[in-house]
Design a binder for this molecule. Structure first.
Ligand code: SDX
Length: 393
C-alpha cells in the first residue's frame, strides 16, 4: 500500500510488524533508511544526520541538525555513581558484558523520572541512550586496559569524541585523524539499522510489554552479542587468526561445508540478502583506504580476507547458497586498523545500532494499536498424560 512498494499479502500475514524505518530487498541487495539509499547516506551524511533521519523520518535542515547535535552532546556525560558500578567488574570482563550491565543500570538512574507513556519522555530516553552509549563503550575499554575513564568533550563531533574517549589519557591527548573519523562515521551509518534483525526484534518484543527503554536496549545488546549476529565481526578476526595462512583456506572451506562440523565461515551469508550485502560493497572500499592510510597495505589479515572472499565467491557450495560476504566480514579489519581491540568490535556495532533500536522502539510505542508481542509456537511435545507416583516411574 506504500505506493512505491507493493507487498505480497502472504508476506504481510507472516510479517512480525509494520515499520516505516528501513526497507531491505534481499534479492536486489537494496537497503533504504527512510527511503534514502544506504550508498548515498554512507558517503554524504554524518552519523548524527542519519540518526536524526531514522528517529524523525526526514533529513534535518541546518538549524535542526545543529540543535540535535547540541542536544546529543549535552547528554554524553555519565552519572558519577556509574563509575563505581563500572569498577565492580573484573578487569578482564568482556566489554559487551559491561555494556549490558551499565546500560541496563541506566534504568535505575532515569526510570522513575521517565514514563514510557509520555511521548516527550520517550524522546528524552532515546536521546540519552544515543548520547551515552559511546561514553559507556569507551569506559568499558578503559576498564579493560586499566586506564582512567576519559570524559566526553563538547568541542568534538560524535565520532571524534568517541575516538578521543577511547585513546586519549590524562597524560597524553589524542587527536583522531580525519580518515579514522571518516571511517568511524561510515561504519556507524552502515550499522545504524537493519529492519527486523534479531536484536531489533528483541528490543521491540521487550518494549511491547511496557518495559523501560534502558532495559530494552540492554536486551538488544545481549542479542547482538551472539556470533551469528553482531558478534560475527569479532568472530571473523578470530577465524582469520585461526586460518593463519592462505594455504589453509581450502581446509577451512571444507570444514564450513561439513554439516557435522559446527564451523561456519564467519562474515559470510545472510538470512535476507541473497545478493551481495550493499554495506559490504561500501565497506570493502573503505577497508582499502584505511589500510593504505593507517596500516601497511600488505596487512596479512587483509590479504587473507581477500583470498578467502575470492575462493568463497567461486566455490559452488557458496555460490549455490548465495553466501556472500556480509557487513561483518570487513568491519573487524577496519576496526583493527583503527587500533580498536577485537573484544570491542561488537561494542562498536551496538553503539551504532542503538540509533536503530531506539527508532524502532519509538515507532512501536507511538502506535496506539501497539499490543504486547506474543510469538506462537508449533507444539510437538507429548500428548496429555497423568502423573505417576515415583514408585511407579
Ligand atoms: C548480521 O538480520 C540481520 O539483518 C543481521 C545483520 C544486521 O545488520 O543486523 O545484517 C548483521 O548479523 C550479519 C550476519 C553475521 N553473521 C555471520 O557472518 C555468521 C556466519 N553466517 C551464518 O551463521 C549464517 O549465514 C547466518 C546466521 C548469517 C544466516 O543463517 P541462515 O539464515 O540459517 O542461513 P541460510 O538459511 O541462508 O543457510 C543456507 C545454507 C545452509 O546450508 P544448507 O542447509 O542449505 O545445506 O547455507 C549454509 C547453511 O548451513 N550457510 C553457511 C554459512 N551461512 C549459511 N555455511 C557455511 N558458512 C556460512 N557462513
Amino acid at each position: 500500500e506504500a505506493g512505491i512498494f507493493t507487498y505480497d499479502p502472504g508476506f504481510m500475514s507472516t510479517a512480525s510488524c509494520h515499520s516505516a524505518i528501513t526497507y531491505i530487498d534481499g534479492e536486489q541487495g537494496t537497503l533504504l533508511y527512510r527511503g534514502y539509499p544506504i550508498e548515498q547516506l554512507a558517503t554524504k551524511a554524518s552519523f548524527l544526520e542519519v540518526a536524526y533521519l531514522l528517529l524523525n523520518g526526514e533529513l534535518p535542515n541546518e538549524p535542526e541538525l545543529v540543535s540535535f547535535e547540541k542536544l546529543i552532546t549535552r547528554h554524553t556525560m555519565l552519572n558519577e555513581n556509574l563509575k563505581n558500578f563500572l569498577d565492580g567488574f573484573h578487569y578482564d570482563a568482556h566489554p559487551m558484558a559491561i555494556l549490558i550491565g551499565v546500560v541496563g543500570s541506566l534504568s535505575a538512574f532515569y526510570h522513575d523520572s521517565l514514563s514510557v507513556n509520555d511521548a516527550r519522555h520517550r524522546e528524552i530516553s532515546a536521546h540519552r541512550l544515543i548520547a551515552k552509549l559511546p561514553t559507556i563503550a569507551a569506559a568499558a575499554f578503559k576498564h579493560n586496559v586499566g586506564e582512567p575513564i576519559m570524559y566526553p568533550r563538547n568541542d568534538l563531533r560524535y565520532c571524534a569524541n568517541f575516538l578521543h574517549m577511547m585513546f586519549a589519557t590524562p597524560c597524553e591527548d589524542y587527536k583522531p585523524t580525519l580518515i579514522a573519523e571518516k571511517a568511524m562515521n561510515l561504519l556507524f551509518i552502515l550499522h545504524a539499522d537493519h529492519e527486523q534483525n534479531a536484536s531489533t526484534s528483541t528490543v521491540r518484543l521487550a518494549g511491547s510489554s511496557g518495559a523501560n527503554p534502558f532495559a530494552c536496549i540492554a536486551a538488544g545488546i545481549a542479542s547482538l552479542w551472539g556470533p551469528a549476529h553482531g558478534g560475527a565481526n569479532e568472530a571473523v578476526l578470530d577465524m582469520l587468526h585461526e586460518i593463519g595462512d592462505v594455504k589453509n583456506v581450502q581446509y577451512f572451506m571444507e570444514k564450513a561445508k561439513d554439516k557435522d562440523d559446527p564451523f561456519r565461515l564467519m562474515g559470510f551469508g545472510h538470512r535476507v540478502y541473497k545478493n551481495y550485502d550493499p554495506r559490504a560493497k561500501i565497506i570493502r572500499e573503505v577497508c582499502h583506504q584505511v589500510l593504505e592510510e593507517l596500516a601497511d597495505t600488505n596487512n596479512p589479515l587483509f590479504e587473507l580476507a581477500m583470498k578467502l572472499e575470492e575462493i568463497a565467491l567461486s566455490d559452488d557450495y557458496f555460490v549455490e547458497r548465495k553466501l556472500y560476504p556480509n557487513v561483518d566480514f570487513y568491519s573487524g579489519i577496519i576496526y583493527q586498523a583503527l587500533g580498536i581491540p577485537r573484544n570491542m568490535f561488537t561494542v562498536m556495532f551496538a553503539v551504532a545500532r542503538t540509533v536503530g533500536w531506539v527508532s524502532h522502539w519509538l515507532e512501536m510505542m507511538s502506535d496506539p494499536n501497539n499490543r504486547i508481542g506474543r510469538p506462537r509456537q508449533i507444539y510437538h511435545g507429548p500428548t496429555q498424560r497423568d502423573y505417576l507416583p515415583i514408585s511407579k516411574r
